[in-house]
Structure formats: structure tokens, C-alpha cells
Write a protein that binds this ligand. Structure first.
Ligand code: FIX
Ligand code: ZN
Length: 428
């Protein structure tokens, strides 16, 4: 073993003095390449589905929601504008006329700063000029490097009219991206979409009766073959119940859960959205509701052969999700989703997860919709996580078990990589 490695090995086994914990945690957080386990990013072969660049960054639906609080423009008028006009409107209202102190506005500042661009310009000329000259494939690699991630997990919809044909024509895989089979149109919007399946030759009906579940399972099997997803996923409203007498329950129990078992992949349940509480805001119009997690309890207990990635949207559901994770090893809590992805809430959630689960959970995902967002979302995660993890090791050391750099490195790898790889079957 070379002296450097030996030195590192020896150094990494040395008990850390309390005063060094945070700096070592920070070093190891930035040295590690994370897997981003839920995003809305797309590999290059999925074409225009993938969003990147300054105009997409600024017209992010989080910022659209903030715009309508800082500008007199009405949503109806705003949505008539071109993408550039929308971005100019948001830039002026949220970045010029007011200081960008919110999580989402500060994120754009961090992205501009990462590329050496000013966040104090009165317009977007400089930023547009910069992004117009980026080549996507190299830009993706640079963005992932700046974000400290090695792979991003996508959200892929087999019934999306823009995306599905690209997969059917053989979209080239990309080792930086993992596919996911997204099921919302089947499980949450069956009335609007069952005929799309029927039109593809699957013998299904409006009530998902008869052999519909078997036919949906056949559809899923064909898309698993085509897409090779690392998990299947669905976003569920706060009213989600299981078991229940419903189309969703019949398709979950008769198609989705057996298919996940057959292919050895988890099912991701993201629970708690209240869709379009303000329809005028479109994608920005969703809100949150406390869910009844006894459905998760039932699924984990009655389907021990399935593995469940679960993220709850309501802050009020977080503690009980941790308790359920203590009861069921086939339940993997993940992320601080959407309205929870703010340091004040991330801190509370992460501390209670570490206290109750040790390092057996997945602390964060970015939910990035625009490529460059991973730069700020993972910078913020590392910034928030560092003192929380350092405190864990300080307490452990105070109570009699010294902490080493190797402990910290190994735990960070577990939290941000191997927990997911093992749970998704990407590693044995
Ligand atoms: O269902 C989901 O995947 C949600 O994350 C999105 O629908 C949501 O709009 C979002 O991007 C939240 O961050
Ligand atoms: Zn999402």
C-alpha cells in the first residue's frame, strides 16, 4: 500500500478532537459524489424534455409562485408571455427590485456565481450569452461536478406523448442518469388515460375491472424491459388510502406491486400533494396536506416482498414516518421534498431521522427540474447537513465512542449513495 494511502488509512482511523468534527465533515461531504435519487432531469437522448439554461432556471415554478407576490402581473397575463419575457419579468421583480433572499431565488444567485456570472445585473444579457455557448453533454458533466453528484435519477412517463416515442425509438442510455417508471397517469389519472393503453392493444376498461390489472402488468413489464428503471414511482394526494375499493388500489395490488417484486425494484410513494389549490398558477398551484400514513404501514406489513421508498410532503407526517421506518426494514424514508426543502425544516427532519434511524435513510434528493438547480440544491444540502452530522459525532465522542474520519466518510457514503444502491438492487 503506498505511503499516501497508508497515511490516509492511518489518518482516517485517528480519533477526531471535537473542535475538528465540523471541518472534517465538511471536507468529506464535498469529497463524496452523491446519487440524486429523484429529479425531473433527462438524459440528452430525451431531447427537449431536458430543461437547462438561465431562462428555464428563472421561470421555475417555485419562482413563478413567488413572482405573483411581488408583482402586480396577473397569472393569466404572465402565462401569455414568451419564455424570455417571463424570465425578464421574474428577474426584475425578484432579483432587481428586491433582494433574492428566498431559498429558490438565492439558488439562482448560487448557480450564476458558480459560473462566475454576476447576480447583480439589471437584465439577463450576460447570462444568456454564457448559456447560449454551452454544449449540453459537456455542460451536464460540468454541472454534476459542481454539484458533487455522479448520477441523477430521472422521472420517465411511459404515457407522455413527447417522451414515450423517444424510448420506443431506442433512446440512448447515459451512465449519468438512471431511469424511473412513473405511474401517475395510471394510478392517479386512470379515467383520462386508460384509453391510451387500450389504443396500444391492452385489454383494459374504465373501471380497471376484468383482466385490466393483468394487462397493466403486461404494459409495465414491457416498459421495464425497454427502460430498465431503478424503481417505479407515483405522487399521491394527501387523501391516499390503502386498502380501499378503488381503481388505484386494484392497479396497485394487481399490477404495480407484483411487477416491482418480479423485477426486484422498489416502489416510490411520494404522498401529500394537494393538486392545483390555485389552478391559475398551473404547475405552481399545488399545495400540501397531511396524509394518513397508516396506508404505508399496511403496505409495508402486508407486502413484505416489496420495498418502499417513501417521501411525505407534510412536515406533520415526518416524525411518524420515522417511527414506521423503525418498524419496517422494507421502508426507506427519503428526501425533504418540495416545500420541506428549506434549511429550517431540513434541519428538524434530518436530526429526528438520525436520532431514530441512525444512518439508515436517504437524507435528500434535489427534485431538480432544471439541470443547473442541482448546483445550489446540493450546495445547500451540504451546508445544512454539516453541523447536524458534526453534532452527532461530537455527542458520540462525548459519550465515549471516539469518531474518526473513516466513520464520517463511511456514513456519508451510506446516506448519499449505498443506502439507495442496496435498496434499489444496484449493489448487493
Ligand atoms: O410529483 C413530483 O415529482 C413533484 O416533485 C413535482 O410534481 C413537483 O412539481 C416538484 O417539482 C417539486 O419539487
Ligand atoms: Zn418531483
Amino acid at each position: 500500500m503506498s505511503s499516501v494511502i497508508a497515511g490516509d488509512k492511518t489518518r482516517s482511523a485517528v480519533p477526531l478532537p471535537p473542535g475538528e468534527m465540523q471541518s472534517v465533515v465538511e471536507e468529506e461531504l464535498w469529497a463524496a459524489a452523491f446519487i440524486d435519487i429523484h429529479t425531473h432531469l433527462f438524459m440528452p437522448s430525451l431531447g427537449e424534455n431536458g430543461l437547462w439554461g438561465i431562462d428555464n432556471l428563472i421561470t421555475y415554478h417555485y419562482l413563478e409562485a413567488e413572482l405573483f407576490r411581488s408583482s402586480p402581473i396577473a397569472p393569466g397575463e404572465y402565462f401569455q408571455l414568451s419564455k424570455r419575457e417571463k424570465a425578464d419579468t421574474i428577474w426584475r421583480a425578484l432579483f432587481v427590485e428586491h433582494a433574492p433572499v428566498s431559498e429558490a431565488t438565492r439558488g439562482v444567485v448560487a448557480v450564476l456565481n458558480a459560473f462566475g456570472l454576476s447576480a447583480e445585473s439589471r437584465d439577463l444579457t450576460e447570462a444568456r450569452e454564457f448559456f447560449e455557448h454551452r454544449t449540453l453533454d459537456a455542460h451536464i458533466s460540468r454541472v454534476f461536478q459542481l454539484a458533487g453528484i455522479s448520477e441523477a435519477v430521472m422521472t420517465n412517463d411511459p404515457l407522455d406523448p413527447d417522451e414515450a416515442p423517444l424510448w420506443e425509438r431506442g433512446a440512448a442510455p447515459d451512465s449519468r442518469f438512471y431511469p424511473v417508471l412513473r405511474l401517475d397517469r395510471i394510478l392517479e389519472k386512470w379515467p383520462e388515460h386508460w384509453q391510451a393503453l387500450e389504443g396500444r392493444g391492452y385489454r383494459v376498461d374504465a373501471n380497471a375491472g376484468g383482466g385490466s390489472a393483468d394487462e397493466v402488468r403486461r404494459f409495465l413489464a414491457e416498459w421495464v424491459e425497454r427502460m430498465r428503471p431503478v424503481y417505479m414511482a407515483v405522487s399521491l394526494t394527501d387523501t391516499f388510502q390503502f386498502p380501499e375499493d378503488s381503481v388505484r388500489a386494484r392497479l396497485l395490488s394487481g399490477a404495480v406491486l407484483p411487477a416491482c417484486r418480479e423485477f426486484g425494484i422498489p416502489l416510490s410513494l411520494m404522498i401529500g400533494v394537494r393538486r392545483l389549490v390555485n389552478p391559475a398558477l398551473r404547475l405552481a398551484g399545488d399545495a400540501v396536506g397531511k396524509a394518513d400514513l397508516r396506508a404505508v404501514e399496511y403496505l409495508c406489513r402486508e407486502y413484505p416482498g416489496n420495498r418502499f421508498l417513501v417521501s411525505a410532503l407534510s412536515r406533520e407526517n415526518q416524525h411518524e414516518l420515522c417511527v414506521y421506518a423503525r418498524k419496517f426494514a422494507n421502508l426507506m424514508p427519503f428526501g425533504c421534498w418540495w416545500f420541506l426543502n428549506n434549511p429550517s425544516v431540513v434541519e428538524e427532519m434530518t436530526r429526528e431521522r438520525l436520532e431514530m434511524l441512525g444512518t439508515t435513510f436517504i437524507p435528500q434528493h434535489s427534485d431538480a427540474r432544471i439541470l443547473e438547480q442541482v448546483i445550489y440544491k446540493w450546495k445547500n444540502t451540504r451546508r445544512t447537513m454539516a453541523p447536524i452530522l458534526a453534532n452527532c459525532y461530537r455527542l458520540m465522542s462525548e459519550d465515549g465512542r471516539p469518531a474518526t474520519r473513516e466513520d464520517i466518510r463511511s456514513d456519508i457514503a451510506r446516506l448519499f449513495r449505498t443506502n439507495f444502491e442496496l435498496f434499489a438492487g444496484l449493489r448487493k
